[in-house]
Every structure is written in structure tokens, then in C-alpha cells.
Design a protein around this ligand. Structure first.
Ligand code: FAD
Length: 349
């Protein structure tokens, strides 16, 4: 039943579960509220071929690592979902779902967490709602005019739906590169990025990124992940390079009814535009506490909000801790967050 507790965690994806693991060990009264009806967070919604960049042993949550997936070096998204489901069962984490938090506001000594299943009073709130629910598409002219199909990464499932079409893929990150790689096998593709694409060396995969994140978490400079490039050369992307597909064009200036217009005034027809243009932190529920927070990052010290010290933010990106939006990074920042909350509650009635 709704009521009051020491800590309410908003969101039951990997970051929320990692927080739950450490909260359980402190003995604090906590609940994890998750909007989805099933475990798995964003991993339930990726495209069909989505896989981890690294072998299972490089993507552990605290306490119990991800088991290997039979016959697969790089686990599928479905395997990650199975792992997250087993993880919350193994530690009997107190997850309530489906419960959607509408907003979090101040209520005297407490924070009031209002949901579609009643209200909770909390001494501290950890927000771990991820980014998947806030896809970002740049505001380019002509988007309303274009008569073809436009979709964001979140709605992409497989290349088959584009077979035989002319497709423009927009974005310079891993989603764009991986989607381009497979769509180019079924369709005529054009790749568009705002800046020149930056590829990591072929031998850099999640194992190297894991090492970089570990050094950064330990306080070392260690060479940032961004120093290595943006795009991990997974096998499908290497194959696309070898087929000559990774030939990017600079951003078009507008969409037209039938396609895109380039800076030199020429037009190119296309049937679909796939926007692989990233995400924003999903923070609408925090607007009563932090007006304007939906515009992007929130001011934090570590993971603690500067403007509302009873609020912590977990798992959104490097601004909430090194590699905190990855499986391995989520655990590290959750540990520090829960330790901080526990020390503040220590000795309080
Ligand atoms: P989510 O998994 O999004 O979980 C948030 C949960 O909160 C969801 O269940 C959501 O429904 C819920 N929620 C949201 N709003 C509310 C609300 N108001 N009330 C209640 N519940 C709410 N990481 C790696 O470690 N390795 C990889 O190889 C890797 N590859 C990636 C590839 C892609 C294409 C993408 C997009 C990400 C990848 N990541 C990878 C990054 C990362 O692991 C995921 O983005 C991860 O899912 C983020 O976890 P999270 O718990 O922060 O958020």
C-alpha cells in the first residue's frame, strides 16, 4: 500500500535496481516504483538485432554478474531483460509496477511522490527514469511538410520495413551506425551527421570502454571514452564500412515534401528519415522541484541535486557519474548514492 518510507526510487530499470541492491543492504525502508508492467527498463524496447557492446562478464550489476548467453559472445537485449528480471527476484527487491510517478513535490520535511496508484511520502527520492521515454529530434524546417515516413530510434524495429526504399539515416552515434549498417542491406541509404563521424579503432569494444570507465570511476583521467571516438566498430558496422556505406554527408538544411534539401540547394528524394539523434533525460516528474529540468542536465554534486538536496539522480549519463548510463557504471554510482543517503539518515529518528 502507498504510505511513507525512507527512500522512493523512481524507475525500475538497471539504475533503479542497482540502487535497490544497496538500499536492501542498509536496511532502510524503500520502494522502487516502475511505470512498466514487466522488468527490463529500456532494454525491452530496443530494435530486434540490438546487442550489448561487450561480453556478459563486462556488464555486471552489483552482487551478481550477468550470466553468459549460450552461443552468443555479445548478449542480446532479450538476454539483458532476462537478467534484470532474475536480478530483482534474486535479491527480492521491493519493486511495484506498473506505477507511474506523475510528480514529486516538497511537503515539509518530506518529498511527496504522487503516482497513478496513490501517494508516497519519502525522506529521499532517487530518480532513475532513464532517457528512452524522451527521444530527441532536432527542430529542422520542413519536418511537417515531408510526406514520407519519419521515425526516431525508439520506433525502429528491423530493416525489413524499409526494403527497396530510399532512406536517410541521421545521427553520428552508435544507434545511427548500427541501424544504417543493417538498413543499407535492404534499402538505398544516405547517412547524415552534424559533425564528421568519429570511429573507434577496430579493436576497441565494450571491454576497453569498461577499462576506461573503471579508471575514470577510480578518479584517474585514464583517457576518456570520448577520446577514443563515438562509434564502436561492432561487426555489422565494420561490414558496412567495407561495403562503402559509411560515407557521411553534412546535415541537410531542411526537409521538403519529397525529401531533403542540401546546403548547395539541390534536393534528394527519399521515402523515410530515421532520426537516430539521441535522447534527453526523462525528468518531467521533477518539474515541481526543479522548474526547467526537462531542458537537459540538472545541477548535481555527485548524484545529489544542488537545488533539492533530498533528491538524487541516477543513471542518466556522465553528468550523474562516469559511465553511469551503462550496466557496470550504474552500480558504481548507486553505491555512492545510497551510502550518502544512509549517512545522512544515520542517527535520525
Ligand atoms: P531505463 O532502462 O530506461 O529504465 C527506466 C525505467 O523507469 C523504465 O522502466 C521506465 O518505464 C521507468 N520510468 C520512466 N519514467 C517513469 C515515471 N515517471 N514513473 C515511474 N517509472 C518511470 N549500456 C551498456 O552497459 N552496454 C551496452 O552495450 C549498451 N548499449 C546500448 C545501446 C543502445 C542503442 C542504447 C539506447 C543504450 C545502450 N546502453 C548500453 C545504455 C544503457 O544501458 C541503457 O540506456 C539503460 O537502459 C539505461 O538504464 P536506466 O535504468 O537508467 O533507464
Amino acid at each position: 500500500m502507498p504510505g511513507s518510507c525512507d527512500v522512493v526510487v523512481v524507475g525500475g530499470g538497471q539504475a533503479g535496481l542497482a540502487a535497490g541492491y544497496y538500499l536492501r543492504r542498509t536496511g532502510l525502508d524503500y520502494v522502487i516504483l516502475d511505470a512498466q508492467s514487466q522488468p527490463g527498463g529500456a532494454w525491452r524496447h530496443g530494435w530486434e538485432s540490438l546487442r550489448l557492446f561487450s561480453p556478459a562478464e563486462y556488464s555486471p550489476l552489483p552482487g551478481w554478474g550477468m550470466p553468459r548467453q549460450a552461443g552468443e559472445e555479445f548478449p542480446t537485449a532479450g538476454h539483458v531483460v532476462d537478467y534484470l528480471r532474475a536480478y530483482e527476484q534474486r535479491y527480492e527487491l521491493r519493486v511495484r509496477r506498473p506505477v507511474r510517478i506523475r510528480d514529486v513535490r516538497r511537503a515539509g520535511e518530506h518529498l511527496l511522490v504522487e503516482t497513478d496508484a496513490g501517494a508516497w511520502l519519502a525522506r529521499y527520492v532517487i530518480s532513475a527514469t532513464g532517457t528512452w521515454e524522451c527521444p530527441y529530434v532536432p527542430d529542422l524546417p520542413g519536418r511537417e511538410e515531408f510526406a514520407g515516413r519519419q521515425l526516431h530510434t525508439v520506433h525502429y524495429t528491423s530493416p525489413e520495413e524499409f526494403r527497396g526504399q530510399r532512406v536517410v539515416v541521421v545521427g553520428g552515434g552508435n544507434s545511427a551506425a548500427q541501424i544504417l549498417a543493417e538498413v543499407s542491406r535492404a534499402a538505398e541509404t544516405t547517412w547524415v551527421t552534424a559533425r564528421p563521424a568519429r570511429f573507434m579503432p577496430d579493436d576497441v569494444d565494450g571491454r576497453v570502454l569498461f577499462g576506461v570507465a573503471t579508471r575514470k570511476a577510480a578518479g584517474g583521467a585514464g583517457g576518456g571514452v570520448s577520446d577514443l571516438g563515438d562509434i564502436v566498430m561492432v561487426p555489422s558496422v565494420r561490414d558496412a564500412r567495407d561495403r562503402g556505406v559509411l560515407d557521411r554527408r553534412a546535415m541537410f538544411v531542411r526537409l521538403t515534401e519529397r525529401g531533403v534539401r542540401w546546403a548547395d540547394g539541390t534536393e534528394q528524394g527519399c521515402d523515410a528519415v530515421i532520426w537516430c539523434t539521441g535522447f534527453r533525460a526523462s525528468l518531467a516528474h521533477l518539474s515541481p522541484l526543479l522548474p526547467g529540468c526537462c531542458q537537459g542536465e540538472v545541477a548535481t554534486e555527485g548524484t545529489r541535486s544542488v537545488d533539492e538536496p533530498r533528491l538524487y539522480l541516477l543513471g542518466y549519463g556522465d553528468w550523474t557519474g562516469p559511465a553511469s548510463a551503462t550496466l557496470v557504471g550504474a552500480g558504481r554510482t548507486a553505491k555512492a548514492t545510497v551510502a550518502d543517503i544512509a549517512s545522512r539518515l544515520d542517527g535520525q529518528p
